[in-house]
Design a protein around this ligand. Structure first.
Ligand SMILES: NC(=O)c1ccc[n+]([C@@H]2O[C@H](COP(=O)([O-])OP(=O)(O)OC[C@H]3O[C@@H](n4cnc5c(N)ncnc54)[C@H](OP(=O)(O)O)[C@@H]3O)[C@@H](O)[C@H]2O)c1
Length: 330
């Protein structure tokens, strides 16, 4: 693998702009290509963000022999198809969350990555952030005693538009897959898979969940409490409660935060860990992809395939409980 990795962006929309901004901060990333369904749009994005080549179709970019890694930034429902396209051309893939709509699609994507001997990573950028790695380390060190409970939320008031990615069922709309995935991934990271899941949701007029509450029971005294909403602005923070103290990740816990707080119950003393963030936060996942590619790895240790499989299985079960169906996929 060459020293610089040649990156392509597939689906240059809102999040792709932020990702490309961070990619430009990494010295071993080459801003190589952009593919859109519209050549004019690809050109505008490439010029603005500093990419060398523009393509008017996704397939055309994937035929470029020099392209090495692709960041897929299309709406959820296209992740499965776009990932299979990239893997068939043996391009390393970093695919936006959620990795797909259901476990069946994820299994096909993993199988394709194996069959093509090509790298695939779910773009769970939060799992690559220094603050989250540190929280995991603190919990695992046992200094705060046994983990008791995780409480996390993600909510904002979205303008209702039945044709938007957030509300249109055919585009994979709903709170759970878009933002509920963040509290879930934190809990799965720290506590693993639960014994029992209890969920409740408000399903709106477009038949997607506009508000979704989930409780995990681990059957051993441990629980987790997660909430996501497109109807209300919620703190979007996380508490990790242990026997001797808790860790608080302030708003917005899924992004780089300036500090986290650790409170110990015995003395009620607060200790702060401060972070000096230089990027929006997408640089960490992109750097992880490049670390893996340069080491010849086909999957990441920070976001292993099994984590993505487990995360999607949780979302499948929650969807079954709240009656959230994506007819073109399920
Ligand atoms: N990691 C994060 O922090 C984060 C934040 C926001 C979103 N996301 C994820 O990123 C993905 C994209 O979100 P976004 O808000 O960036 O979406 P967006 O701007 O609405 O769409 C992204 C791009 O997808 C392409 N696309 C292909 N087929 C499409 C279709 N039939 N309808 C609409 N767009 C289509 C379009 O590009 P062309 O037409 O140019 O091909 C569009 O610009 C979602 O899966 C979301 O979960 C992640």
């Amino acid at each position: 693998m060459s020293e610089k990795i040649k990156w392509g962006i597939l689906g240059p929309g809102k999040i792709a702009t932020k990702f490309a901004t961070d990619l430009a901060t990494l010295p071993n990333a080459e801003l190589y290509a952009v593919a859109s369904r519209s050549m004019a749009k690809a050109k505008i994005f490439a010029d603005k963000m500093g990419f060398q080549k523009a393509f008017g179709s996704y397939e055309a970019m994937l035929q470029d022999p020099e392209l090495q890694a692709v960041y897929i930034a299309t709406p959820h429902v296209f992740h499965h198809k776009n990932t299979l396209q990239c893997l068939a051309h043996k391009k390393a893939v970093l695919c936006e969350k959620p990795l797909a709509i259901n476990s069946k699609e994820v299994a096909e994507m993993m199988a394709s990555a194996k069959a093509n001997d090509t790298f695939l990573m779910d773009a769970l950028w939060t799992l690559c952030l220094p603050q989250i790695l540190q929280v995991k380390e603190i919990v695992e060190s046992g200094t705060l005693g046994k983990l008791v409970s995780v409480k996390a939320d993600f909510g904002f008031r979205a303008d209702f538009n039945p044709n938007s990615r957030l509300f249109d069922r055919d585009l994979g709309g709903g709170a759970l897959l878009d933002i509920g995935i963040y509290p879930l991934m934190l809990t799965l990271l720290l506590m693993g898979r639960p014994k029992k899941i209890t969920s409740a949701a408000h399903i709106g007029t477009t038949k997607v969940d506009e508000d979704c509450a989930v409780i995990f029971d681990y059957g051993n005294g441990q629980t987790a409490n997660m909430h996501s909403s497109l109807l209300a602005r919620t703190p979007t923070e996380a508490y990790i409660y242990c026997e001797k103290g808790y860790i608080h990740i302030p708003t917005q816990f899924h992004k780089p935060v300036d500090e986290i707080t650790i409170l110990t119950y015995e003395d009620l003393k607060e200790k702060k860990i401060v972070y000096n963030n230089q990027t929006i936060g997408y640089s960490f996942e992109a750097a992880e992809v490049m670390r893996c590619l340069q080491a010849g790895k086909k999957e990441s240790d920070l976001v292993p395939h099994q984590f993505s499989i487990n995360l999607m299985a949780l979302m499948d079960e929650i969807r079954a409980q709240i009656g959230l169906v994506y007819p073109r996929h399920d």
